[in-house]
Design a protein around this ligand. Structure first.
Ligand code: NAD
Length: 478
């Protein structure tokens, strides 16, 4: 199948305007053509969701469980095929693509279980003869807007709780990764998702995304993407009194103390900074290193960074796949130039010409940097890390927190005192000790503080906060 269409009310619908979806490892490889929608198509998806909403809200927990369980099982069974599509479309390595598909399956299975664990709260009234019952209800139609960097996992961790708690969904994937969203839509459809309960509308943020965010019948928006888009969506939703959840960028610090185990620290930084080509919102981008370990750490990190194999995402030996597209590569290379002009010492970071047309970049390390430099204030979202030298633990914590973001923060140390103090003082939603800043479990809350996140947490039991509204009922026996 070359042409791929939107899913509305259980039917595959074309709006024409097919755009080629190109493999960033080899731009001669076209994955398929995907129809780009418009505001009229969003209107049709909203009408479909409206017609399905009451039925889905009333569906038994068993029915919702069975759908999510079946979707999870199917994704797990097809992890090689779907993981391969993910690697081809987004450029992460095949192992990462398969791992992410399995993660999506686990998320669906977790929320299948949550369907059966929906509880209320019966409270004693302060008045005689009255019971107070606090229950949760679906929010209604939710618009889910996703980025390109985790097209299976992020879609899954929005769709699965939305459906588990009785909401109907309109998903708008990133323009660069409609293929993963389309295959998720196929799986949901084939596993018996009722017409209108899940709808897929592909297309541009400025048209389809904007139509979703501004639609008065869409009750809530869950967005993951850049800070700029998130700020805009927050303003619109605030004006419309719409429930909103934003997961945005990061400038995540990884502190390496003198008392760290060197090999643990280097491996955590190598993974956190460069794996998935640095295209993770939780990537370590500021490596804050204490003076006593600095030189040994830098020498070993450079050695291991330069040994990483950059190549086609589908090749067995590849550790770092391509950058997602030409625009992102241009932006990364501009940051490498900026690092030089800000007087950092730059190791690596150049564009690589392999034996095929793709967007390859050598991993980059910026040395001798300060936290005031733009390279340490702005999210780069590529395989680039900075080293910042500090004298003390207190200086490291202050620098870690000196950012407008607050998603993840890490520390490598063998001191229980320092680990504990960092956990308490880090202004971040997630703290990692002796682990890369990226890499999380799927059954616990995910999200950040400050400019990184807004609204209720995603994932795990905490997802119920966003995807339900609370009702308080007072009942008098009469
Ligand atoms: P992006 O903001 O460009 O796009 C994200 C989504 O928003 C896309 O689907 C896009 O089409 C849509 N969009 C764009 N303009 C819109 C508008 N006006 N109205 C509605 N929707 C609109 O982000 P991206 O480049 O796809 O993703 C990279 C960014 O995502 C990075 O900043 C990264 O840190 C962030 N990210 C954050 C997390 C997290 O959980 N914090 C996870 C992954 C990625």
């Amino acid at each position: 199948m070359r042409n791929h269409d939107h899913l509305i009310k259980g039917e595959w619908v074309s709006s024409g305007n097919y755009q080629d979806n190109v493999n960033p490892s080899d731009t001669r490889d076209v994955i398929g053509a995907y129809s780009y929608g418009d505001a009229a198509l969003v209107e049709a998806a909203v009408a479909a969701a409206k017609s399905a909403q009451a039925g889905w809200a009333d569906a038994t927990p068993q029915a919702r469980h069975d759908l999510l369980e079946a979707v999870g099982r199917e994704l797990a069974a097809r992890k090689e095929e779907i993981g391969r599509l993910l690697a081809r479309e987004e450029g992460k390595t095949l192992a990462e693509g398969i791992g992410e598909t399995l993660r999506a399956a686990q998320v669906f299975k977790f929320f299948a279980g949550e369907c059966l664990r929906q509880v209320g709260d019966l409270q004693a009234s302060v008045r005689p003869g009255i019971d107070v019952e606090v229950t949760r209800e679906p929010v209604g139609i939710v618009g889910l807007i996703t980025p390109w960097n985790f097209p299976m996992a992020i879609s899954a961790w929005k769709i699965a709780p939305a459906l588990a708690f009785g909401n109907c969904v309109i998903l708008k994937p990133a323009d660069l990764t409609p293929g993963c969203a389309h295959i998720l839509a196929q799986v949901l459809h084939e596993q018996g998702c009722p017409p209108g309960v899940f709808n897929l509308v592909m297309g541009r943020g400025a048209t389809v995304g904007e139509a979703i965010v501004t639609h008065p019948d869409i009750a809530a928006i869950s967005f993951t993407g850049s800070r700029t888009t998130g700020d805009h969506i927050a303003e619109v939703c605030g004006r419309m009194k719409k429930k909103v959840q934003l997961e945005m960028g990061g400038k995540n610090p990884m502190v390496v103390l003198d008392d760290a185990d060197l090999s643990t620290a280097v491996s955590a930084c190598l993974n956190g900074t460069y794996f998935s080509t640095g295209q993770r919102c939780t990537a370590s981008s500021r490596l804050i290193v204490q003076a006593g370990i600095h030189d040994r750490f830098v020498e070993e990190l450079i050695r291991q960074m330069q040994a990483l194999t950059v190549g086609d995402a589908l090749d067995a030996g590849t550790q770092i796949g391509p950058v997602v597209d030409a625009r992102q590569l241009k932006s990364n290379l501009a940051y490498v130039d900026l690092a030089r002009s800000e007087a950092a010492e730059v190791i690596g970071g150049e564009r690589l010409e392999l034996n095929k047309p793709g967007f390859y970049q050598a991993p980059a390390l910026f040395l001798g940097t300060t936290n005031a430099m733009r390279i340490n204030r702005e999210e780069i979202f590529g395989p680039c890390g900075s080293v910042l030298k500090v004298d003390s633990f207190d200086a490291a914590v202050a620098m870690a927190n000196d950012t407008e973001f607050g998603l993840a923060a890490g520390i490598c140390t063998t001191s229980l005192y320092h680990a504990r103090a960092f956990r308490r003082r880090a202004e971040a939603g997630m703290v990692m000790v002796n682990l890369p800043t990226a890499g999380v479990d799927y059954h616990v809350p995910f999200g950040g503080r400050k400019g990184s996140s807004f609204g209720a947490r995603e994932q795990g039991r905490y997802a119920v906060e966003f995807y339900t509204v609370v009702k308080t009922s007072y009942v008098c026996a009469g």
